[in-house]
Design a protein around this ligand. Structure first.
Ligand SMILES: N[C@@H](CCC(=O)N[C@@H](CS)C(=O)NCC(=O)O)C(=O)O
Length: 277
């Protein structure tokens, strides 16, 4: 569906990847994110793995979620009224829009916008690896992000005033359930990494690792999910390994004060029921 180009505030002049000539133009991408939100972060890391950077591969627009800029009638209304969003301007000038982080990642991987055909395969290679990448990505999204970390976030103190003004009640029992199931998930990932590894879907770094990293950091940060690193040595080693990647160093954990001891157990005090895990 062709749409009109939205009002774009380019963060830096947009350059196309260098291997393209005027006769071989890749689509122009505009990535709409929000600096502190986990879903846009995972897309930003994915884009960097593909050699796409803010101002060199895509233009970046920072959406103010608190002003509702992504909502219906907002300045940058997105297809699902959530961030991130990507607009794609093709050679003929037509523009299209994609919402949903994984859909955006898949578009970039399948069109190989930046690499000009050199394969970067963060969704996996071959039927088995692709299935494992999908399995873990879905599990991290559905079980960790939506049912655990997300649940704790929605029922936690930060969003409570906002929910109240919309007539919604925050339940402490849901907050605690989210905290507990997150920790249970981390224990399962610990066992998986110990048995297989070094990455979540096995031998190679994939979009499943990017998703886990961004959700875990968000959980450990503003959501304050207890992180018992001392009991999760394989998860810790994985976190160190993944955080050392250039793409992640460029889009590092935005919730951690510089220099804080990330791998000390944290958020543990005050969480009821964690001993039942
Ligand atoms: N399934 C979507 C989820 C996107 C999402 O929940 N984004 C959050 C920020 S991380 C958001 O827009 N929250 C504000 C809102 O829901 O109004 C995706 O993967 O992109």
């Amino acid at each position: 569906m062709a749409t009109t180009t939205p009002n774009i505030e380019h963060s830096r002049p947009l350059r196309r990847p260098s291997h393209y000539t005027d006769h071989n133009m890749p689509p122009l991408l505009t990535f709409y994110g929000a600096r502190l939100a986990p879903n846009p972060r995972r897309v930003a890391v994915f884009l960097a793995e593909h050699g796409l950077y803010e101002g060199a591969g895509y233009a970046y627009v920072d959406i103010d979620m608190y002003k509702g800029e992504h909502k219906r009638g907002g300045k940058y209304e997105t297809p699902n009224r959530k961030v991130p969003m990507m607009t794609i301007t093709l050679e003929d000038g037509s523009t299209d829009t994609i919402g949903e982080s994984l859909a955006i990642c898949r578009y970039v991987e399948e069109s190989q916008v930046a690499t000009g055909g050199e394969r970067v395969r963060l969704f996996g290679c071959g039927p088995l690896q692709r299935a494992k990448v999908e399995m873990w990505t879905r599990r991290v999204e559905l079980e960790l992000l939506f049912s655990s970390v997300g649940k704790a976030w929605y029922h936690g103190p930060t969003l409570a005033p906002m929910r109240k003004s919309s007539g919604l009640t925050a339940h402490t029992s849901e907050l605690q359930l989210g905290m507990r199931t997150a920790q249970r998930f981390y224990k399962e990932v610990e066992r998986e990494l110990q048995a297989k590894g070094p990455f979540l879907a096995g031998e190679d770094f994939t979009v499943a690792d990017i998703t886990l990293l961004c959700v875990l950091d968000f959980g450990a940060g503003p959501v304050q999910v207890p992180m018992l690193w001392s009991k999760l040595p394989h998860l810790l080693a994985w976190h160190v390994r993944v955080s050392a990647r250039e793409s992640v160093r460029l889009h590092k954990d935005p919730y951690r004060p510089q220099g804080s001891p990330i791998y000390a157990d944290r958020n543990v005090i005050g969480v009821q029921g964690s001993s039942k895990l």
